[in-house]
Every structure is written in C-alpha cells, then in structure tokens.
Write a protein that binds this ligand. Structure first.
Ligand SMILES: Nc1nc2c(ncn2[C@@H]2O[C@H](COP(=O)(O)OP(=O)(O)OP(=O)(O)O)[C@@H](O)[C@H]2O)c(=O)[nH]1
Ligand SMILES: [Mg+2]
Length: 391
C-alpha cells in the first residue's frame, strides 16, 4: 500500500492537491492543522496536512479477483482433468477385462489345458496368438477344432533326433549324461539289449558297454550284472587316457554305449571332471542328455543349461510313466531348439524304451481331444524298437 502526505494553506486546498496528485483512490488517514513560518511567532501562516493512502483501484481489485478466479478455475480444470484421466484409465481396464473375459471360451479353455500340462508362459503365448489370427470368431466357437489345431501346433514345435542306425551305419559311440537317478544306466541296459541282442525287426549289432561310473561299486555292479545277463562286454574307465584306449581297442564294435555317473547339475567341478574323461571318446561320439519327465518345471531349464558344456546332441526323456505333464520339458526343448531321441516309460529292460515320436508325446498330453489319424499322417506313427508290441 502507498502512503502520502500533502500540505496546503486550507483544508479545501489540501484536499484538491491530494486529488490532483493521487487521484480518486487517495484516502485520508489523518488531517492536521498547524501554523508555519513567521519570526518569533509573528506572521505565521495556517497550514493543513493530510496523510493518507492510495486504496487499490477497482480495476486492480478486479484483476486480483480475476487472478484468484483463474487460479481456482485452473485448479478445478486440473481436478476435472485428473478425474477424466482416471475415468479413462478405469474404462480402459474395464475394456481389457472385458476383452479377456470376452475372449472365446475355446481359447480360455485351451489356455487352461496348456497350463495344466505345465507348458511355460513363453510357449503358450504365441500359440494363443496364432489361434486368434488363424480362426474367425465363428471358428473359435468350435472347441474341437481349436483343441485339434493346438495339439498339432505343439507337435510342430517338437524336434526329433534319428534313432541309432536309422540313417548312418558306421560305428556309433553313444554317451548318456544327466542328473543322478534319472535312469541313465537303465536306458544304457535297454539300448544294449535292443541293439546288442536284436529282435525280429533288428539285426544284432556288435555292442560294447563302457561305464565311467566306477567310483561307486553298486553302480559298477549294476551295469556289470546287465552286461553279464546279456553276455555283452563291458569296460570301466576312470580317465581320459583309459577312455581313449578302450575306444581304440574296440575298433570293431558297431555300437559303444557309454554310461556315466549321475551328476548334480549344480556340481560344476564334478561335471567338468566328467567332461574331461568323456573327451577321450574323441569327436566321433554323440552325447545324449537324460532328463526325467518328473523333473520340477523350475529345475528343467537349469539342467539343460548346466549340461550345455557337454554339447549334447539330443535329449532322452525318462520316467514318462510317472507323469502326464510333459509341457515343462517340451517348452524348454522348443526354447533351446533341442531334439529328442528316445523315450523311456518304465523300469523293464528292454521293453520300456521307444524311439521318440511326436505322436507318442502328443498322446501323453492330458485333457486335449486329438485327431489321431490326422496327427499320424502329419507326424508319422509311434516308433517301436523294443519289441514289446510285436511279441
Ligand atoms: N518308472 C520308471 N523308473 C525308471 C525309468 N528308468 C529308470 N527307472 C528307475 O529309476 C531308478 C534309477 O535308475 P538308474 O538307471 O540307476 O538311474 P541313473 O541315472 O543311472 O542313476 P545314477 O547312476 O545314480 O545317476 C531305478 O530304480 C530304475 O529302475 C523309467 O522310465 N520309469
Ligand atoms: Mg547309473
């Protein structure tokens, strides 16, 4: 606020001066009469002094009010804007929810089936996307069509590794590595019996069994017992040099089956030691990783990763008889682009072993209705080698 003081000989003149100098907004605070000038109190002149202040002009007041209103309005606008934003947000969420709840029942159902079969999210998502982009809304009403198609697409993701002697006839050095207790020794025994003893569809091959498992007497005895029953030769190796020697000594063997000691995928030192010994087999060998179908989903990826240094050519899935949810293994195999060679589904030697087939794996999926004829035409029949269905 601005204050002022004016003086004039009369009150009237002081008022006029105030108006002149400070305009209509000048307001009086005090008015004082006094005398000024003269000598020794003689010839003094009367004076009037007005003090006052300039009140805010109405236009200024208006401006302040307007400013206040503007701020208030802006605040209101911001409030309205925020409200609108949150309304849009919740509307969007609603639409999203409605979209998923509105997604055809068939998709929701197959999604649940895939989850029940332990397939991973990464495996499921592109399949559902493919369903939505392939089929019309009308087709999506057809539950059977959707299930059939989905199983077929799962089949397309499965890669197979050719069984022994299907394509090449030369000497094969077949090594099985894998975690403890998955069925490596049992699978070696089954393969030894099938290929070493032969059956009405397979001519017997000259088989030699090697075990890199002789730290444990029980394990050595286990394979030695099998070998004795089958009257097949067996060698124990403990080092890279041992292994090289055995390979050289058995040049005439058509199939050298190598059983290894089970290793925890977390035991890196022991895995490295095993890898060093196996290197004695040279470049000619092929390595197969045995994994149990009963492995927890969270462990499957870890196993595949930790055995990667072995450069395994394919995977043997064991204990299929103990579970029906193969999705975890199929998902990881597809993600790593790995093929499957053999499937083991029981303890009986040699009956419970077969060559991996897409059909067999698809048939083991739970809850899906499948068109077997169509799948057989597309992926081929189940491949039997152990003779369990023939005899
Ligand atoms: N149910 C079932 N049991 C199996 C299968 N394969 C092996 N087994 C059983 O699993 C147990 C372990 O089998 P092994 O062959 O000794 O396993 P391994 O991988 O050699 O074990 P380690 O040498 O200790 O690492 C045995 O009781 C086998 O009979 C299968 O496909 N299904
Ligand atoms: Mg073993």
């Amino acid at each position: 606020m601005q204050y002022f003081t004016v003086q004039a000989p009369t009150s009237q003149q002081a008022l006029e001066k105030m108006k002149r100098e400070y305009g209509d907004q000048a307001m009086i605070l005090t008015q004082k009469n006094f005398r000024q000038g003269g000598v020794f109190g003689i010839f003094t002149r009367p004076r009037v002094e007005i003090t006052g202040y300039i009140s805010q002009s109405p236009s200024r007041k208006r401006a302040v009010v307007q400013e206040k209103q503007r701020i208030l309005e802006n605040g209101r606008k911001e409030q309205v804007f925020q409200q609108l934003l949150s309304e849009i947000k919740s509307l969007r969420e609603d639409v999203g929810k409605r979209e998923t709840s509105n997604q055809p029942q068939s998709i929701a159902r197959v999604e649940k089936l895939l989850k029940d079969n332990n397939f991973s999210e990464d495996f499921i998502a592109p399949l559902l996307k493919r369903l939505r982009s392939t089929f019309s809304l009308e087709d999506l009403e057809d539950q059977l069509l959707i299930e059939n198609s989905l199983v077929e697409w799962v089949g397309e993701k499965i890669r197979l590794y050719p069984p022994l002697f299907q394509t090449e006839q030369g000497r094969r050095i077949f090594i099985i590595v894998g975690p403890t207790g998955v069925g490596k020794t049992t699978t070696i025994a089954k393969l030894a019996a099938i290929y070493g003893l032969g059956n009405n569809k397979l001519k017997p091959k000259k088989v030699h069994i090697v075990t890199v498992d002789n730290y444990r007497i029980a394990a050595r005895d286990q394979i030695a017992t099998y070998a004795e029953i089958m009257r097949l030769p067996v060698s124990m190796v403990e080092s890279f040099e041992d292994f090289k020697k055995i390979i050289a000594l058995n040049e005439d063997a058509e199939l050298i089956l190598v059983d290894t000691i089970g290793r925890s995928p977390r035991d890196m030192a022991k895995l490295a030691e095993m890898k060093d010994i196996i290197a004695g087999a040279g470049n000619e060998c092929e390595t197969h990783l045995a994994v149990s179908a009963t492995t927890k989903s969270s462990d499957v990826e870890e196993i595949f990763k930790q055995f990667e240094p072995f450069g395994y050519n394919s995977v043997i899935i064991t204990k299929l008889d103990e579970t029906s949810s193969l999705g975890n293994i199929i998902s990881v195999l597809a993600g790593r682009n790995k093929a499957i060679s053999y499937l083991s589904d029981g303890q009986k030697v040699p009956q419970d072993l077969e060559v991996a087939s897409v059909l067999r794996l698809l048939l083991s999926l739970e809850g899906f209705r499948i068109n077997r004829d169509k799948l057989e035409k597309k992926f081929g029949e189940m491949k039997e080698i152990s003779g369990r269905y023939w005899s």
